[in-house]
Design a protein around this ligand. Structure first.
Ligand SMILES: C[S@@+](CC[C@H](N)C(=O)[O-])C[C@H]1O[C@@H](n2cnc3c(N)ncnc32)[C@H](O)[C@@H]1O
Length: 314
């Protein structure tokens, strides 16, 4: 199954053969996806009090329901109504059971066809962009345009990230961008000349995973580097459901992992003027050099300190 995810060029036939596959996925790949969701939700946590009127969830392409379970575990909507949609009815049934186990008060509805709810809803989407046909992708974008809040998590690969940037472009008029971007302008990764760049980050892996025999075995058999959890994500909200203003527009958000050389760091960052890159010299500022050498999830640095005239752009 994982090889299918890695090899796909954007279309993948249904692969949920039976409950065993769902269960195996849920214990392994879905847990890694949960870590990504938790990192994103934690980043967004200060914004939840500013969110109004959202009580329903649509989990599109729900699989085993890990997006909803992560969201409800972190954000905790009172008596949530959860609409599940997936082309696999087996996956929807599995997800419904798992969601109700983790959140007893959730009212879970399985959708045979996708209908846009009448009430304000949060749309959760996770790890679907590599397997959608064009019709489904268009349908999903329409659903996103109607959502009060969209939270979308994808693998940190170029294919999915650049598709997600295009979703962002489509939502720019109707929604306010909560993250990861520090600005409301067009996506810098889609500007001409940036075809080889993409917006992605590395989410933290829980410490106990590195001491776990289970995860060691998983890593060996699946050839997965447990230290690396690349993620692309997007969070947007309809202005009428949100009262916050985004601060820190003067920061550069560090993308990927800067490359560390002797005495300097080569970084790529997102700014309101587009993507910028440069070589930051350690001698200029040791604290900034260290922040670049070992960036945390969503490291952002003041542009005026990062971008110096003597840092040659690369
Ligand atoms: C990689 S799984 C991700 C599942 C879940 N969102 C997660 O993050 O673990 C992708 C899911 O999208 C579903 N899917 C793919 N194409 C779809 C389509 N056209 N309509 C509805 N669901 C689709 C698949 O059945 C699968 O459950």
């Amino acid at each position: 199954m994982r090889q299918g995810f890695l090899d796909t060029d954007g279309h993948l036939p249904d692969y949920w053969h039976d409950e065993r596959w769902l269960s195996a996925y849920d214990q392994t790949l879905a847990q890694r996806i949960r870590w990504k969701w938790l990192a994103v939700l934690e980043t967004l946590a200060p914004r939840w009090p500013r969110l109004h009127g959202v009580t329903s969830i649509v989990d599109w392409g729900c699989g085993t329901g890990i997006a909803t379970r992560s969201f409800l575990g972190s954000v905790g909507l009172p008596k949530p109504k959860v609409f599940l949609f997936d082309r696999s009815s087996g996956a929807m049934r599995f997800a419904a059971g798992a969601i109700q186990k983790e959140c007893r008060e959730a009212d879970v509805v399985l959708l045979k066809t996708m209908q846009i709810p009448a009430e304000p809803f949060v749309l959760l989407v996770s790890h679907v962009l590599s397997e959608l046909d064009d019709r489904s992708f268009e349908e999903l974008k329409k659903l996103a345009a109607a959502a009060a809040l969209v939270l979308w998590v994808e693998p940190g690969r170029s294919l999915e990230s650049r598709r997600l940037s295009r979703v962002r472009e489509a939502l720019l008029e109707s929604h306010h961008i909560l993250g990861p971007c520090r600005h409301q302008k067009s996506c810098g990764a889609l500007q001409p000349g940036r075809e080889n760049d993409w917006c992605h980050f590395f989410a933290p892996v829980p410490r106990e995973v590195h001491q776990s025999a289970f995860w060691r075995e998983f890593s060996k058999r699946m050839k997965v580097d447990l230290r690396s959890l690349p993620v692309a994500w997007l969070a947007v909200v309809k202005p009428q459901n949100y009262t916050g203003v985004e601060p820190h527009q003067d920061e550069a958000l560090i993308l990927s992992r800067p490359r560390v050389f002797k005495g300097y760091c080569r970084w790529l960052g997102c700014t309101s003027a587009g993507l910028r890159s440069g070589d930051f010299q350690k001698k200029h500022d040791k604290t900034i050099f260290e922040a670049l050498s070992e960036p945390e999830f969503m490291t952002a640095l003041p542009q005026n300190q990062l971008i110096r005239n003597d840092d040659a752009p690369v």
